[in-house]
Structures are given as C-alpha cells and as structure tokens.
Write a protein that binds this ligand. Structure first.
Ligand SMILES: NC(=O)c1ccc[n+]([C@@H]2O[C@H](COP(=O)([O-])OP(=O)(O)OC[C@H]3O[C@@H](n4cnc5c(N)ncnc54)[C@H](O)[C@@H]3O)[C@@H](O)[C@H]2O)c1
Length: 324
C-alpha cells in the first residue's frame, strides 16, 4: 500500500514510518522540519520504499498531489507541546486548524481514508477519573493560549467527524495521551526527555508546579502499533474516536525521583511556579488517566512497555546521543 504520513519526520511520525516500512508499505513522509528533524528519518533514506517530502500541510497544491497518489493518510503534522503553543499561539492555531482542514479537504477530493492524531488535552481540566471518549471537555478562557492546543485539536476532531458524517470520507480520530520514547526532544516542554537530559548532566530537575499532578506515559511503539491496527481495521474504527494511552499513573515528583535513581544522578529537584515556567495565570490539570476500554474491545489493545521500560529506553537514547 502507498501511505502518506504528515509529520513523518517528527517523534511519533518517524516511528510510524519505520513500522509501516517494516510491513513493506511504500511510505511518503511530509514534514516542514519545524519540530521534526531530518536526523529522525536519516536511517530510512536508503530504503527505496521511503520518500521524505519537505513541505507544509498548508501548501494546498502539494497536499492535493500527495493525496492523489496515496492509498491512506496518517495525519500527524501539528504544532505540538504546551511550551510551543504558549510561545507561538497564532502560528500554532493556523497549522493545527487550517492545516488539518486542507488535509481533510484534499483527502475528500480522492476519497482516501484518514487517521488524525488528536490529544488528551481535549479533556482540558476534567480530572474525574479515567476519561472516556464521550466525557466532557472542561476548559479555561479562550484568551489563555494554554487552551488553544486543545481547542484547535477539538476543531480538527469536529472536522474529521463531519467529513465522515456528511461527506462519507472514512476518518478515524485517535486521542493520544502522553507518548514518550527515543527521538522525543525536551525543547518543547516534554517532561521525560527534559528530566532525563537534566539528570544526565547532574543539573537540577525542574518540576513545574508542586509535582503532585499525575500523568500516564505510553511508549511510542505501543502508540504507533495502535494507530496501524486502527487503520487496518475493516470495520468499527471509521467514524470513531479512540483514547490511546497507558494507565500506569505517576506524579511528576515521583517521576523526577525515579529518573534521578535510574540515571544514578546527583541532581536535586527544584520547583518552578507555573506562571514562571509558562505564562501568568497558566492552568494545568491535576490528573490525566485514559479509559482505554473502547480500543481494548475493538483491537485488543494493551500497552506492553512499563514506565520503567520507557524511562530506560529514553535514558539509553540520550546516553547514545551524548556519546556521538
Ligand atoms: N507526543 C505526545 O505525547 C502527543 C500527545 C498527544 C497528541 N500528539 C499528537 O501526535 C502528533 C505527533 O506529535 P509528536 O509528539 O510526534 O510531535 P512532533 O513535533 O515531533 O511532530 C509533529 C511534526 O509535524 C511537523 N509539522 C509541524 N507543522 C507542519 C506543517 N505546517 N507542515 C508539515 N509538517 C509540519 C513537525 O516538523 C513535526 O515533525 C501531533 O499531531 C500531536 O498533536 C502527541
């Protein structure tokens, strides 16, 4: 099959390209290399079935051409990460809303199946236990740029859903919860790579807020496995929305301590108030745990890598980079 992966030189996109190539598909990765990197896919360059196109999802003509020749589309390209969105709200909104609209519109022109990656940020401040796909979104003011990522991704979801309902375009929506693994960078506010880099340099680990907030982290291999299985599913996935995440919950303070222990670091933990780390009035969610019953029932999804396994894989990756 001929497959288009937007954001294919990004963290998750590059792992997805690898998995699809291993399954003998022809893969085109489209990426503007903003947060993605050529280095993430450099090892795929020798594969005749792989093609990297450097360009933007905002380029309608290019997307038209790529959609015409592909069989299915994984749409991952986006402005990602709270830090980036707070820093560049306008560009992020344009990429995430207009870009997705262009991809869906061109996919519709040639009736190509599209899977879009949304986010657990959709649920906003709803911390009411394991979150089900139909649960409420609870958000702060739209004037707080922190919520623009959630809002833009909600628009993407609505667009994907109405393209399916009204136009019959086969679309699948995946809400990824915190996904981690090799190649993720800490430069845009991603907590595990940031902590690991700090610990390996014996620098203080900077916990934002009081560290009592909890998250569940999923290994990238478990995430891309779910994306591929949903796309392959002949029935039950199209027109649906699915949480993809782990249920192994950890507070950010405990995470920092675990990373210090696993790296044998002499780092201390320092606490930085949210308004210093991000912006005045920044709001975070205290807890974010997915209910994964829906995808478990459909494809038998089960995360396979524990938090400790995830941390060890990120530490090994960073140590390898440091010795390059
Ligand atoms: N990593 C996570 O924990 C997580 C959680 C929830 C959702 N997601 C979603 O998964 C997807 C992939 O995220 P990621 O973590 O790999 O981040 P990433 O930043 O590594 O990937 C995004 C990719 O999109 C590319 N991109 C940005 N703007 C573009 C444009 N205009 N045209 C073409 N390419 C463009 C970037 O260069 C990058 O390679 C995103 O849609 C993100 O919202 C990720």
């Amino acid at each position: 099959m001929e497959i288009l992966v937007t954001g294919g030189a990004g963290f998750i996109g590059s792992h997805l390209c690898e998995k699809l190539l291993n399954a003998h598909h022809d893969v085109t990765a489209l990426d503007n290399l903003s947060t993605g990197k050529y280095a993430n896919v450099a090892h795929l360059k020798g594969d005749k079935k792989f093609n990297l196109v450097v360009g933007s999802i905002l380029d309608k003509k290019l997307i038209d051409k790529l959609c015409e020749k592909t069989d299915v589309i994984f749409h991952l390209a986006a402005a990602v990460g709270v830090e980036l969105i707070v820093k560049e709200p306008l560009e992020s909104l344009t990429t995430n809303i207009k870009g997705s609209e262009i991809v869906l519109d061109m996919a519709r022109r040639y009736n190509k199946k599209v899977l879009i990656t949304s986010t657990s940020e959709i649920y906003g401040k709803n911390t009411s236990g394991p979150l089900k796909e139909e649960d409420d979104r609870i958000l702060g003011s739209p004037l707080k740029s922190r919520w623009s990522y959630s809002t833009a991704k909600a628009v993407d979801e609505m667009l994907a859903y109405v393209y399916w309902k009204e136009k019959g375009l086969p679309t699948i929506i995946v809400r990824l919860f915190n996904t981690v693994g090799p190649r993720q960078t800490g430069s845009y506010g991603m907590v595990i790579p940031r902590f690991v880099a700090q610990a390996l340099k014996n620098e203080p680990l900077t916990v934002y807020g009081d560290g009592a907030q909890s998250r569940c982290f999923l290994h990238v291999q478990d995430a891309v496995g779910a994306l591929v299985k949903l796309m392959e599913r002949p029935q039950g996935a199209v027109g649906g929305v699915f949480n993809v995440g782990s249920q192994e919950e950890v507070t950010i303070k405990d995470l920092a301590e675990k990373i210090i222990q696993l790296t044998h670091s002499s780092s201390q933990i320092v606490y930085i108030p949210y308004d210093k780390a991000y912006e005045e009035g920044f709001e975070d969610m205290q807890r974010r745990v997915p209910d994964i019953g829906k995808i478990q029932r459909l494809i038998g999804y089960e995360p396979t890598v524990s938090l400790e396994g995830i941390l060890k894989s990120v530490i090994t990756y960073f140590k390898g980079r440091n010795s390059e």
